[in-house]
Ligand binder design. Structure first.
Ligand code: PLP
Length: 346
């Protein structure tokens, strides 16, 4: 009997390595509410430089980063265009309506990707009885669609469209690092088309805590104020920022290995005709498996797998999701693939 658990629910489950913990233990710290934490300041400088923006702000989570950005770009009563399967719409507890008093305008993308041509009908004419379209948020890579990459040409077209209308753009780039490593397009090349970008350190990069928001000096100054309102002003945050800094310096390039693992896993599981996997959309570190042909619910299938010590999550009502990460070996991935392929039955 196999007793070892192979946990592919998310790339957020990774734990800091010994070397990362060493860096955290030794980090110089100060009071970040006074902007005096040298490690937080260094992290912010590095992230801003990597994304080619003037300023950055370290925040406790990706949700806070997105929500601070929405607050920076909008007034109460404004409308924000997002994709229907986006993290902002699905997994942020309706925060835009609570914190910024804005309304989300949903557009259905294809595997999470909106086309520039879809936007025009969604933008409100400027009449006093309609909401004002203030912001467009894109997600790269796209989480619920299974780690799909936004084509940069499409981003460019959306930017040109938005710019002409004075609509701001925010990128939820929790996994922008994955898109960059997979395409060879630098994070700053993607970021140039957005007013603000949010990036996570606690997903594939393996840090325990934190995200960053980058943008202009003025936007980040406002973001700092709103982070404080949300209770996100931290004191000796250098301890955790050091983990993020370590992750930036050591763990970006190795995301390639996670992408390879996803490909191997997907190909093995796809050998089972009841496992619906479109290999074209296995683009980074995730694999989405449609199980509707088995007649079982995702909950039933997840329980069957859990009993065999393989942990997956669900991507949507009919699909499972496997996410590759730092703390799972190729050997474990192969074993998990065999167990998943053997369990997906009617
Ligand atoms: C994880 C994630 C977030 C939020 O990050 P948390 O740190 O969990 O708050 C935002 N957007 C996307 C696309 C994500 O995958």
């Amino acid at each position: 009997m196999e007793t070892e658990i192979i946990d592919l629910r998310s790339d957020t489950i990774t734990k800091p390595s010994d070397a990362m913990r060493q860096a955290m233990a030794q980090a110089p710290v100060g009071d970040d509410v006074f902007a005096e934490d040298p490690t937080v300041n260094l992290l912010q400088q590095k992230v801003a430089a990597l994304l080619g923006k003037p300023a950055a702000l370290y925040v406790p989570s990706g949700v806070m980063s997105n929500q601070v950005a929405i607050k920076v770009h909008t007034q109460p009563g404004d409308e924000v265009i997002v994709e229907k399967e986006s993290h902002i719409f699905n997994y942020e507890t309706a925060a835009p309506s609570i914190l910024s008093n804005v309304q989300l305008h949903l557009l259905q993308g294809e595997h999470g990707i909106l086309r520039a041509g879809q936007l025009a009908p969604a933008v409100r004419p400027s009449v006093y009885y309609m909401p004002r379209t203030a912001l467009i948020c894109l997600e790269n890579t796209h989480n619920r669609a299974g780690g799909t990459i936004y084509p940069i040409e499409e981003i460019k077209k959306i930017r040109e469209f938005a710019k002409a209308l004075g609509i701001r753009m925010h990128l939820d780039g929790a996994r922008l690092w994955n898109a960059s490593v997979a395409t060879g397009i630098a994070p700053s090349e993607y970021a140039q088309y957005f007013d603000t970008v949010s990036v996570c350190f606690s997903k594939g990069l393996g840090a325990p805590v934190g995200s960053a928001l980058v943008g202009s000096e003025e936007m980040i100054q406002r973001a700092r104020r709103f982070r404080k309102i949300l209770g996100g002003g931290m004191r000796q945050a250098g301890i955790i920022a050091a983990g993020a800094l370590f992750a930036l310096e050591h763990n970006i390039d190795r995301l390639k290995e996670d992408h390879k693992k996803a490909r191997i896993f997907a190909e093995r599981v796809a050998a089972n005709p009841l496992a619906g996997i479109d290999l074209k959309y296995v683009q980074t570190n995730m694999v989405v498996i449609d199980i509707s042909r088995t007649g079982k619910t995702t909950g039933e299938m997840l329980d069957l797998l859990r009993a065999k010590n393989v942990y997956l999550s669900d991507a949507n009502y009919t699909s499972l999701r496997a996410v590759m990460h730092l703390d799972v070996s190729t050997e474990q991935v192969l074993r998990a693939a065999d167990i998943v392929a053997g369990t997906i039955r009617a």
